[in-house]
Ligand binder design. Structure first.
Ligand code: 6GU
Length: 225
């Protein structure tokens, strides 16, 4: 898979892709993440990428021309399955969406900023609009990092069997069960006996029961689906 991220703050996206699982996925060649500085596609002398909104009002609007230049350059190189705009008024990201996107080959993510992008960008280029929750961030960069992480960890070979994404919370419309590690007793706090019994079948049953309990208590809405 290849993910091209278009942003006016490329530095903000350096760290999230330089550690742990996302770093390893790139080194193994399972995903290529390319960050593009929108300002490099600006056409004015002052490298302008935003301007005042027609009709007035507070806040700047991202201009169509630099975005057109960047997206068109990418699309002339390869075919993209989706051009995703990260915006608080997009569809709220969930595990199902991440699962589906992880099956794609090439994705563009455009990070919104200021008061958003010129509506014509959305009409002409954007095929999907994604939000990561009902709150407002300063820009789409952290959202693009979140979306990329959710997708990349699902790519075959990224996670080992022990950390398999199949046992994640939300994968079966359920939260994950509680987990424990050594020591078996700490300051009087004991690990549930079943987990040290070595009885694989009983352990599986216990985990399912606990996952169900936890989901019913914290996220009953998940069980309705
Ligand atoms: Cl994708 N962008 C911004 N600016 N804020 C958000 C968001 C995205 N998702 C939730 N809040």
């Amino acid at each position: 898979m290849r993910i091209d991220i278009i942003t006016c703050l490329p530095k903000l996206l350096e760290s999230p892709f330089s550690h742990s699982i996302l770093e390893r996925a790139q080194k193994k060649g399972l995903v290529e993440v390319v960050v593009h500085d929108l300002r490099a596609y600006a056409t004015t002398k002052s490298r302008q990428i935003d301007d005042y909104a027609f009709g007035g009002g507070a806040g700047m609007v991202m201009m169509i021309e630099p975005i057109d230049k960047c997206i068109s350059a990418l699309q002339s190189e390869r075919k993209y399955d989706d051009v995703i705009y990260l915006t608080p008024d997009g569809a709220t990201l969930n595990q199902q969406m991440a699962n589906r996107m992880s099956l794609q080959k090439n994705l563009i993510m455009l990070c919104g900023h200021y008061k958003g992008v010129d509506e014509r960008v959305r009409e002409k280029f954007i095929t999907k609009e994604v939000s990561i929750g009902d709150y407002v961030l300063s820009g789409g960069e952290l959202a693009a990092a979140v979306l990329s992480d959710a997708i990349i960890r699902l790519l075959p070979g990224v996670l080992s069997d022990e950390t398999s994404a199949l046992t994640d919370s939300f994968q079966d419309h359920m939260l994950a069960p509680p987990v424990y590690t050594r020591p078996a007793e700490y300051k009087g706090l004991k690990v549930p006996e079943i987990l040290t019994s070595g009885h694989a079948g009983k352990i599986e049953e216990w985990r399912y029961e606990k996952a169900m309990e936890r989901t019913a208590e914290r996220r009953p809405d998940l069980l309705k689906n």
